[in-house]
Write a protein that binds this ligand. Sequence first.
Ligand code: 16G
Length: 253
Amino acid sequence: MSDAASILGTMAVADYDPTPLYLRVQEQIKSAVSAGNLKPLEALPGERDIAGAFNVSRVTVRKAIAGLVEQGLLTQRQGSGTFVAAQPQRLEQPLSRLTSFTEDMRLRGLEASVKWLTKTVTLASPDEAMRLSLSPSDKVCRLKRLRLANGVPMAIECATVPVRFLADPDLVTTSLYTVLEANGALPVRALQRLRAANLSASDAALLEVPPGSAALAIDRLSYLENGTPVEFTQSYYRGDTYDFVAELNLRRE
Ligand code: 16G
């Protein structure tokens, strides 16, 4: 048996089965991944081997692979072949605790990292000024970051913080809250709004999911003990990796 056949199994093709061949090849590959015969980040057998194992044309194999790349199950790297995509762990996030991304990941034994998208010091936009109780001449730091857990992209966050709490965005390496705490401005309360969204092509590319994938759009407005707003953050969390969990209590008057 060829390597491809031992990894992907053999494909029984019944004459009366009207399912297009490329879809059947996709099913074989998906089954090999869910059975653990092909692990995350492992290379797929070569196109020629897959075609030989399933007795289909290379064009059919290419079409099957292209579809699975689009669905996010496989990734292709120029010059080095096709791989099973990294499968992020699904994370549960309590809605009642005010934590930072870095802390959330540490509690789960994952390492948080950051890919910077933009960092600027600028005048507050009218919307930011309203939310953060600033005047239009006040300056803010805007930090747009891709947040990763063990190297897997999880969320895109755009945080706006008045310069009186964060003078320079370069002070933040991984954790914004660590710097705010050092500045005596760690938020103690926040209001969060969650809604469903579909990712734009560019956001989906950053999060390494197909364009239009489901996401959770979250706005967080955080406050100091004395009620002063300290951070307004707009984020997109990957819908396939995050469950937000709320605890509800029956209130007896
Ligand atoms: C969380 C917060 C975000 C905050 C960030 C700080 C949500 C939806 N958002 O991701 O508002 O800016 O933590 O994390 O929970 P950091 O200290 O790791 O930069």
